[in-house]
Design a protein around this ligand. Structure first.
Ligand code: ZN
Length: 188
């Protein structure tokens, strides 16, 4: 996965223009000042640039993935940016959405086997024995330990394997060497 979110530079710019707009915001019933309109324009421009960068990053990454893999499992989630409020979170969601769209489009164009995987419980199921954990792993916990079969593996590797199995792909190569399928998951 490419780095999610805006580039640091663009992010700084957006924050700066947000502040500028806040400072110049017209009082109720007053027309917007020239300065306010200017700040608004600058912000819109920076925002557009961020969107372009995001698409570009997504496309580059998708190209590489499609070149290296024959089958690709994509978690079938919808970015939840409408439900979230902070800007960093929105940016991350938008980046994942753009990346997913680029990957699916690129994969189809090049005749790759794209499989959308149901997104529920990919971090709770055991890839080894298929048991489902009773509780969600806390975000900071990077290790998945199965209470049923005792398998211990990294959280990311386990959920990657769960996805590959659900997609009907062979997860055997996911540990090293050339994986049989590529993955795109929402950050969990
Ligand atoms: Zn297990």
């Amino acid at each position: 996965m490419p780095h999610a979110g805006y580039g640091r530079k663009v992010q700084a710019k957006l924050t700066r223009y947000d502040r500028m707009m806040a400072r110049r915001r017209p009082k109720k019933g007053q027309p917007a000042s020239k300065g306010y309109r200017e700040a608004k324009k600058l912000r819109a421009k920076a925002y557009k640039k961020a969107a372009r960068q995001r698409q570009d990053t997504g496309r580059k990454w998708a190209k590489k993935v499609v070149r290296d893999h024959d089958a690709i499992a994509v978690e079938d989630f919808r970015p939840k940016f409408l439900a979230r409020t902070t800007m960093a979170r929105k940016a991350a969601d938008a980046a994942i959405g753009a990346t997913k769209a680029a990957l699916v489009a690129m994969g189809r164009k090049h005749g790759r086997d794209i499989r959308l995987v149901h997104p529920a419980y990919t971090t709770m199921d055991c890839a080894h024995c298929d048991a489902r954990a009773k509780h969600r792993l806390p975000l900071g916990e990077r290790t998945y330990t199965c209470a049923v079969c005792g398998t211990v593996s990294s959280r990311d590797k386990n959920s990657a394997r769960v996805m590959l199995v659900r997609a009907g792909l062979n997860p055997a190569g996911a540990d090293g060497g050339r994986p049989p399928g590529a993955l795109l998951q929402e950050a969990a």
